[in-house]
Every structure is written in C-alpha cells, then in structure tokens.
Ligand binder design. Sequence first.
Ligand code: SAH
Ligand code: SF4
Length: 364
Amino acid sequence: MKLLQDLSYAELSKAVAEKGFESYRADQLNALKISNRDYSSATNLPKKLISAFESEYVAKASEIVERICGRDGAEKYLFAMTDGNVVEGVFMPHDYGNTLCISTQVGCRMGCKFCASGLNGLKRNLSSGEMLSEVAAVNALHGGNSIKRAVTNIVLMGSGEPLDNFDNVVKFLKEINDGKGLNISLRNVSLSTSGLSQKIKDLANTGLGVVLSVSLHAATDEKRSAIMPVNRSNPIASVMEAADYYFKKSGRRVIFEYALGRHNSDAASAAELAALLKGKNAHVNLINLNFVKERGMRGLNRAEIERFMSELKKRGVSCTLRRSMGADIEGACGQLRIKYLREHDIAGASERRADTDKKDVSDA
Ligand code: SAH
Ligand code: SF4
C-alpha cells in the first residue's frame, strides 16, 4: 500500500482528477494529510471517494504508540509506522515556540560509538510522508493546525542520518514548507549530520537554507575516526570544506555539535577544536554525553564541562552548552526505541546487525 502523506499537493490533485473527482476534494484530503487523520474522521468526504483512495493509499503513516511527559514540558514519543517499525521523537516547548525532534531512518548505519540509534544498524529509510506524519501527529496532539502551529521548529536529530536518506529528506523539507502544507519556515528547521561531505554540498545546492549542524565530537581525524567510523571516508578536512561551502551558499552559520566525554575533553582537545574553527563563522554546541548502557561511554560532571568551556572561550570559540530537556524522561538518542523493542520482544532488539545493514559506512 502507498501512503497518502507521500503525495505532494500537486500529486494529490492529480490523483483526485484521475479518479474523476472535483478538484476541491484534494484540499479535503490534504487536510487529512497534514493533521495525520484517517479517512473515517473526514465526514465531508463521499464514500465513493474514500473507497477509491483507501484501496490504494493509507491515510495515516504513523501512530503515536507511547507518549512520555517530562516535568519541564518535554515529551517523548514512539511512532509506529504501518509496517510495525518504531522511531522516536521529542517535543520541547520554548518561549519562542515549540521544537520537535524527529527521526529520519529506522536505526542508522553510521555506527557512532556513543549512540543508541545505531545499535542494531539500519533497518530502513523513512519516506517523506512518514517524516511528515511525525510532525503532523504531534502538531495535532497539541491542538495545532496549519494556521496556528503547535510545532514551530523542527530538528532532524532523532534516529537516523538524514543525509543518508537524502531524497526523502529533501522532499520532506519541501513538504513542511509548502503553503498548502504546514507552512513551516525552513529557517526554523535544523538538520544534523555526522558529516557526509558531498551530501552537505548537495544540500547547499538545493537552496533550502535549513540550519546545518555538523556532529564533530572530535577535532583530529585520529580521535574522530575512533568514535565515528564515518570519518574514515569523510575526514575532517572534507567535512570542514563542505561546511564552508554550505555557509557560503546559504549565508547561515554552521553549528558544530560536540558531545563531551572522557575521550575528547582534555585541554589538548579544546586547543585542537579551537585551531580547527579559527577564523570561521561557527558556533559550537556542547552536549554532555548521554550514557548508553550498551555503549559504556560516560559524560562529564559540571566542573569538568565548565573547565572545557573556559578552555574554548579563552581561545575565542563561540560555544554554548545545550540544555538537556526532559532529563527525567530522557535516554539518549535511540534509547527509547531499543527499550520498546526489548519490552515488546520485537526482533531487532536482540539482533546484532539488521539485515539491511550489510553495506559498510565507509561507502557512505
Ligand atoms: N545522525 C545525525 C542526526 C541524529 S543524532 C547526526 O549524527 O548528527 C543527533 C545528535 O545526537 C548528534 O549530534 C549525535 O552525535 C548526538 N548523539 C548521539 N548519541 C548521543 C549520546 N549518547 N549523547 C549525546 N549526544 C548523542
Ligand atoms: Fe547515526 Fe547520528 Fe547516531 Fe551516529 S550519532 S549512529 S550518525 S544517529
């Protein structure tokens, strides 16, 4: 079965015309699409139209199967896709709006040594409609619509490497920005990548202008390759060159993510990071490494974090420590899914590497 949410407004209009219905029916189906609802909720749709569409398209690409609310207003969700695969998302309310962190793939094949999302490898890509469904579901859950949105900002920082699912992610970005869709400004969207250099340039060339975050986590190839296998095929120099290109093309300052642990937080590491970013219009987002049991890597205490920050600041590096929202409900990226798979005894929790994960990351 195909997904209604995979159709752009133009494609939806075409399908409506081909099936012999009036053009305004496309708007009614579009309303379902952007609020993640089933055909049954659309009382304004004739039975004939519903049966013509439901035999070909599933209306709702995902369902929220778990919702965990934190004390600070943050919420964590598990979205089940129509094939039973689950991915996670996090909602974070702020003064300026509400941010939703979404997943772009089921699992991930990049194999970073600190991350829970990659523990079982990559299962499959999410389609643009499945990503849209994550946003639409949470927007609707919080009483939002396309005019008054409850989700105003989106970060592609859940499970998956967005640039490893390039075409679907680009389609998704166009979709959420569409005037007929949720109409979310792409200035409010951040894409985080482990650093696929060529794809960063390709993204720059789309002209979409989303905020680019590069997960750096170490400033020498030796240290970075030890924790991020993707660095072997995309060494730091190539990532920095691509980030410069992104900045030139988009005019948007690139953010560098740096998750602090024992392995990358001594004074020498701070000096290396400062040297790498010298003269660049860049900002460093420090995150304290979240402990993932299966990975065994630990973050720092407050004093150690402050020491690292002052080492950076004295060398003129612009940096902030990312506030960890939903600390009481949190697990690091990908942990909730792993827990769910384990509790529901779903294959994937026990499998070492997913079948679709045969391709090595050095091909990325
Ligand atoms: N694949 C993309 C986006 C998803 S991961 C990427 O790697 O950038 C989103 C962010 O969470 C990345 O910066 C990633 O390095 C970070 N991350 C993963 N596991 C983490 C952990 N255990 N603690 C802190 N940050 C983590
Ligand atoms: Fe994949 Fe990002 Fe996790 Fe690395 S940090 S395994 S790229 S999701």
